[in-house]
Design a protein around this ligand. Structure first.
Ligand SMILES: *[C@@H]1O[C@H](CO)[C@@H](O)[C@H](O)[C@H]1NC(C)=O
Ligand SMILES: *[C@@H]1O[C@H](CO)[C@@H](O)[C@H](O)[C@H]1NC(C)=O
Ligand SMILES: *[C@@H]1O[C@H](CO)[C@@H](O)[C@H](O)[C@H]1NC(C)=O
Ligand SMILES: *[C@@H]1O[C@H](CO)[C@@H](O)[C@H](O)[C@H]1NC(C)=O
Ligand SMILES: *[C@@H]1O[C@H](CO)[C@@H](O)[C@H](O)[C@H]1NC(C)=O
Length: 365
């Protein structure tokens, strides 16, 4: 779902087909987003249901991927059921293009793609690396770490996939009083703004408290407080990010995505299993296209902030389709044996998120 300027292009293409494709293409001339095949059908890729498809899935064998961290490598840590690997996302009214790693690398030749966010972004990043590696396993792939950025480069295609860890997008700074979360400061933007494709995400850390909270105070303008309503803080932090996109990102060169809220599964009431308190016994998705637990409030806050951005930002609206996947978390099948119903197994659900990125980048959905 596209916000901002891009949307007017979409609206036009519904009403006046011929001139609209001209307008959309013209907007892409002389800039780096011209690798896209112009949109030829209008379809909401984010509404649909999960279909069992053991022929097409998984898209790769996780055992052959060298990029999966211990937290997400479920098969390696003994997950016995494999059904969760074999579901395909089927949008209502169209097909999600199958991920083609070679095609992705060829079309994005010379470009840099950066994931910016928390450990859920790492999930997304590692899945993309596995998908690309599976397509060109014998090619020259190098990896470096610099300025808190991990860069994996597919040398033969000059494509770099990067991960910048940032829990809140806005800054946390050490000061005399302690660690201060600065809701209106986003200094790392200078590192991000010239990358060709940016995929942002933040949510998981906004409700952290106690020893897991990585800040002592929160600041907005000249006001410093010990704490505040976390949803209000989330909105303020996102708004700072949105203003940065409008002022600093040249969206004729850089494609901007924001990942929707990635859901956890610790409350069985949400999927009609009263008394269940984790995902440990879940081996199948919720059927149909409606999640009984409804949409999280954080997604409405995100949608509201995105609706006020002037520049085009694509909401990777994965919340509902991920909510349906109560079966796709590591559970206790990770190196630490803790019950993890927040992150996702790789291979698994994040591969679909990357198919959606591929559809948006290449097929202009
Ligand atoms: C891989 O690419 C790097 C950077 O271009 C180069 O230095 C290295 O020699 C290449 N390795 C192989 C095996 O081709
Ligand atoms: C890392 O930061 C330094 C100093 O800001 C800068 O000169 C350098 O180009 C950066 N490296 C990368 C890979 O962004
Ligand atoms: C969940 O329970 C409600 C109320 O009993 C019912 O209306 C709904 O269809 C159920 N949903 C699913 C997915 O089972
Ligand atoms: C899974 O179900 C079994 C049998 O009902 C139960 O003994 C076990 O505690 C459940 N595991 C989790 C993690 O809820
Ligand atoms: C995101 O998806 C949800 C569920 O399909 C939908 O209710 C919501 O309107 C979508 N948001 C946007 C901005 O399209």
């Amino acid at each position: 779902m596209e916000f901002g300027a891009k949307r007017s292009c979409l609206v036009l293409s519904i009403s006046i087909l011929v001139s609209s494709s001209f307008l959309c293409v013209q907007a892409n001339l002389n800039n780096v987003i011209s690798w896209r095949i112009p949109r030829n059908n209008i379809c909401n890729l984010y509404q649909g249901s999960w279909v069992y498809d053991p022929i097409s899935f998984p898209l790769y064998e996780s055992a052959t991927c060298p990029f999966i961290r211990k937290e997400y490598d479920c098969l390696k840590y003994g997950r016995p059921d494999h059904l969760y690997l074999q579901y395909r996302w089927e949008p209502i009214g169209c097909d999600l293009p199958r991920f083609n790693g070679q095609d992705f690398l060829e079309r994005l030749k010379g470009k840099k793609i950066m994931f910016i966010g928390d450990s859920v972004s790492v999930n997304h990043f590692e899945s993309l690396l596995c998908l690309l590696h599976a397509a060109v396993p014998d090619s020259n792939i190098t990896s470096t770490t610099e300025n808190s950025t991990v860069t994996v480069t597919f040398q033969d295609y000059e494509v770099s996939v990067m991960m910048f860890l940032s829990h809140y997008l806005v800054d946390i700074e050490e000061e005399e009083i302690g660690r201060v979360l600065k809701l209106d400061s986003l200094k790392n933007g200078v590192v991000w703004k010239d990358i060709d494709v940016l995929i942002f995400n933040t949510w998981l850390w906004w409700y952290r408290s106690g020893p897991k909270q990585p800040w002592d105070y929160v600041q907005e303008g000249d006001t410093i407080v010990k704490d505040m309503d976390r949803m209000v803080a989330f909105r303020k932090g996102l708004t700072t990010w949105a203003k940065w996109v409008d002022s600093d990102v040249d969206t004729s060169k850089t494609r901007v995505f924001f990942q929707g809220i990635s859901p956890s599964h610790y409350n069985g009431n949400e999927w009609n299993e009263t008394g269940v308190t984790n995902c440990g016994n879940e081996t199948q998705p919720v059927s149909g296209s409606v999640y009984p637990g409804g949409s999280p409030l954080a997604l409405s806050v995100l949608e509201d902030v995105l609706s006020k951005i002037q520049k085009p930002v694509h909401l990777l609206n994965i919340t509902t389709l991920s909510q349906l996947r109560k079966d796709a978390h590591p559970g206790s099948y990770n190196a630490f044996r803790g019950m993890d119903c927040t992150h996702w197994c790789i291979a698994g659900l994040p591969d679909t998120w990357n198919e959606l990125i591929y559809a948006a980048l290449v097929f202009d959905y």
